[in-house]
Design a protein around this ligand. Structure first.
Ligand code: CTP
Length: 408
């Protein structure tokens, strides 16, 4: 696999040399691109020596003035040949250009021309990082699917303290491995994910449901799949495409979801119940459409089966993770569910927040573990939340809290 590393002009540009080495040690081919300002901080020769490849330092080389068509379209050739673009360190300036689609040098042109995933690792002065302009640009890039490796906090070269230091090489490499699907820490696991809402019919055309989009469950299936697990996705009705490689079991009602989960449960080693299962269904579903009448209509609802409570009875050594959609007393209510349902982990979700949670691409959650874990995560994209949850699965395994099912 081939990776392009864009180095921009910051004090931490020298750290990109270590990053390049680590990428090579992962067996990746590396093409370095430097902006003009980056070359004020570190010489291209360093990268050329490390990679054994010419470092791209400008859009138009002097030879090109002799009508060298190959280098005139080099950005397109590089754009098509790479599996990933990493910009590290990424200055406020390059982030602004990327957010706006300005393509005035090789790196920013490459960003527009490539369809490969993109990772940025910002590094700058704390005030520049916290400036609304930079934060808006970062947000815009995130919305577009760019992966952001947040800067570390600490003592900065400018003498100030705060967030702005380039993330550690380890953190950047971890993200690279994740994006490229190199992290295979769930190999051997069979992850069963439930996602989306359920629909409970009132009559042939009407139903009771909820606002769940399924995005969180689909992100979990995608992340688990990328990390090497066999992934089965039992999904209520959603508008989403199933992630490549996952086995999709489409269902509509809570009863169908229960049947599918019980069928797959014996084979699963990890069960993650992200679905927003209806708690009630109409006691009777009429065969014909209910006609309009000028009087109130009462529906009698009966409870559905609690799938999660049912499966934990046969849990054995499987890891079982639930979600807790709460509108008040987030941690206390979720911890009560964790205990009552005998779960290994619960993902507490404050669904009263407008900008994250149900139907959003983002989520702000707290992870609560049976081992006392209480981890408040910042507002993250759902794929990042998914990876945080899966990190806890790996942790639970490594601490031997739960093993694979004994009955397999
Ligand atoms: N769940 C389930 N079967 C149901 C209802 C919920 O398996 N019939 C699962 C959900 O997938 C979720 C967890 O139970 O992982 C908690 O769901 P939530 O709706 O937050 O809680 P409830 O147990 O339904 O309790 P309440 O609605 O009173 O908050």
């Amino acid at each position: 696999m081939k990776v392009a590393v864009g180095v921009t002009g910051g004090i931490s540009a020298y750290k990109a040399a270590e990053l390049v080495r680590e990428l090579q040690q992962k067996g990746l081919e590396v093409q370095v691109i430097m902006t003009a300002h980056a070359q004020e901080f570190i010489r291209p020769l360093t990268f050329a020596a490390l990679t054994g490849q010419k470092v791209i330092t400008q859009m138009f080389s002097s030879q090109q003035q002799e009508a060298n068509i190959e280098s005139a379209i080099e950005h397109i050739a590089v754009a098509q040949s790479i599996d990933l673009l990493i910009v590290a360190p990424a200055t406020a300036d390059v982030l602004a250009k990327m957010a706006q689609g300005i393509a005035d040098d090789f790196l920013t042109t490459l960003y527009l021309a490539t369809k490969a995933p993109v990772i940025v690792a910002p590094a700058m002065n704390v005030n520049m990082w916290e400036h609304p302009a930079t934060q808006e640009n970062i947000e815009r890039l995130r919305q577009r699917g760019v992966h952001v490796v947040e800067p570390d906090s600490g003592y900065l070269a400018c003498g100030m303290t705060g967030p702005g230091r380039l993330a550690s090489t380890g953190a950047i490499i971890e993200r690279v491995a994740e994006v490229l699907g190199l992290r295979q820490d769930l190999k051997g696991e069979v992850v069963l994910v439930t996602a989306g809402p359920t629909r409970e019919a009132i009559d042939p055309i009407r139903y009771i449901s909820n606002r769940s989009s399924g995005k969180m469950g689909y992100a979990l299936a995608e992340a688990a799949q990328r990390r090497g697990a066999r992934t089965v996705l039992v999904s209520g009705p959603t508008a989403l495409h199933p992630p490549e490689g996952t086995e999709l079991i489409p269902v509509t009602t809570a009863a169908e979801m229960r049947a599918a989960v019980l069928e797959w449960f014996p084979k699963a080693t990890v069960i993650i119940k992200a679905a927003a299962v209806a708690d009630f269904r109409p006691q009777k579903t009429t065969l014909q459409k209910i006609r309009k009448a000028n009087k109130p209509l009462s529906l009698v609802l009966e409870p559905t089966e609690d799938i999660l409570s049912e499966i934990v009875r046969q849990k054995e050594d499987r890891i079982v993770i639930g979600f807790a959609a709460e509108t008040e007393n987030l941690v206390a209510s979720a911890r009560a569910k964790l205990k009552a349902k005998h779960l290994d982990l619960i993902v507490a979700n404050d669904v009263s927040q407008a900008e994250s949670g149900i139907d959003s691409d983002f989520n702000t959650v707290t992870l609560l573990g049976c081992n006392g874990l209480e981890k408040h995560l910042p507002r993250l994209r759902k794929i990042e939340v998914a990876n945080e949850i899966l990190n806890e699965v790996v942790n639970l395994r490594s601490h031997g809290k739960t093993g694979k099912p004994r009955s397999r």
